[in-house]
Design a binder for this molecule. Structure first.
Ligand SMILES: C[S@@+](CC[C@H](N)C(=O)[O-])C[C@H]1O[C@@H](n2cnc3c(N)ncnc32)[C@H](O)[C@@H]1O
Length: 340
């Protein structure tokens, strides 16, 4: 047995107001099943996550390295800490995600956590593709300025988005195009008219980056209402759908009757649409403000849409305070492998 201490990035505590050890422990428990008990611990006044593993093999090291808040890892040898070199798992520099700053942005670390636990839950064909290191197709159907999409690229997934805020899509396109140019990566990126049924619905944005020796990474974002996502994407299906729902405060849910304080009605209409866009064995990972919608009501919506919510004790540690008006939680539900 190797006992390790994982040092968490100090910035994670800004996001979770002191709850980052608990959240990171819950994340690692789901994403690295080979790791034994994971507990927050303090050594010489510094907080770590203590964990045990039979073998620090490549998969375990990659899991620790790719966790949302990992800064460094040490093996505990007697009283001494031996630094453990973690492999670089991200395909791109993280400033792709950290440079944009704007109101309504979903925190980068939390976005990575939500993506990680959603991808870890995949079954069937999507899980086989994940385990073979193939590119997954991940949709954020309320993508805003693209934090999830950029996080997907870092993690090696193809990214697809929808948002009805045309300005948000334009800002994402501008940032991504500039970033790709500045990094001197081989790429294509551009906006073009998006037409459906003979009507122009706005501009879509498409980008591709070609890294040496690797399959290209693609990204596409469409303008439109998330409840029309299936029509917008046509027959395309996704391995995972990952989204941070409107909190009903700063970024209201957009419905015909104007911004709603609670995103509940929007989610009730959108979840069945998203469920139909998932491949068998695919997973929907959603974060939302529990002040507007109780966890059991959200899980009931997911079940009603034919998905299987993941609801064991290991899923019960993610609720955390963002500010006085937002208590955020996450939920993941699977499209059964034998779904009709
Ligand atoms: C919490 S924000 C997501 C922010 C995003 N993760 C980011 O970091 O930029 C929720 C997003 O939902 C979008 N939204 C709300 N109602 C929508 C609807 N009916 N159709 C499409 N997008 C919607 C908003 O425009 C907003 O970008």
């Amino acid at each position: 047995m190797t006992r390790c201490l994982v040092l968490l990035s100090p910035s994670a505590n800004h996001v979770y107001v002191g709850q980052s050890p608990q959240l990171s422990a819950a994340e690692l428990a789901l994403t690295c099943p080979a790791i034994g008990p994971i507990e927050p611990t303090s050594l010489a006044g510094v907080e770590y996550l203590a964990l045990e593993t039979a073998d620090l093999d490549d998969a375990t090291l990659a899991g620790i390295s790719g966790a949302s808040a990992t800064m460094a890892c040490f093996a505990l040898e007697g009283d001494l800490l031996r630094p453990v070199e973690l492999p670089r798992v991200d395909l791109l520099d993280d400033d792709l995600v950290t440079i944009p700053k704007y109101q309504g942005k979903t925190n980068e670390q939390f976005t990575r956590l939500l993506l990680n636990v959603t991808v870890a839950a995949l079954r069937g064909g999507p899980a086989a593709r994940r385990d073979a290191g193939e590119r997954l197709a991940v949709l954020d159907p309320m993508c805003g300025r693209g934090t999830t999409l950029a996080t997907c690229w870092l993690a090696g997934h193809n990214a697809y988005g929808v948002d009805d805020d045309v300005r948000a899509l334009e800002a994402m396109a501008a940032h991504l195009s500039t970033w790709l140019r500045r990094k001197r990566l081989k790429h294509s990126a551009g906006s073009s008219k998006f037409r459906r049924d003979g009507r122009t619905l706005g501009k879509r944005f498409d980008a591709e980056v070609r890294l040496p020796g690797l399959a290209p990474l693609t990204l596409a974002a469409l303008p439109g209402d998330t409840r029309d996502s299936a029509e917008l994407w046509g027959r395309k299906t996704f391995d995972a759908i990952v989204t941070d729902a409107p909190y009903g405060i700063v970024h209201g849910a957009h419905t015909e009757s104007g911004p709603h304080r609670s995103p509940a009605s929007l989610l009730a209409e959108a979840i069945p649409v998203w469920a139909g866009q998932l491949r068998r064995g695919g997973a929907l990972g959603l974060s939302w403000n529990t002040h507007g919608l109780a966890r059991e009501d959200l899980l009931a919506m997911m079940a009603e849409a034919g998905l299987v919510p993941q609801d064991g004790p290991e899923w019960s540690h993610f609720s955390h305070r963002v500010d006085s008006s937002i208590q955020r939680d996450l939920a993941v539900a699977l499209r059964p492998v034998d779904a009709g």
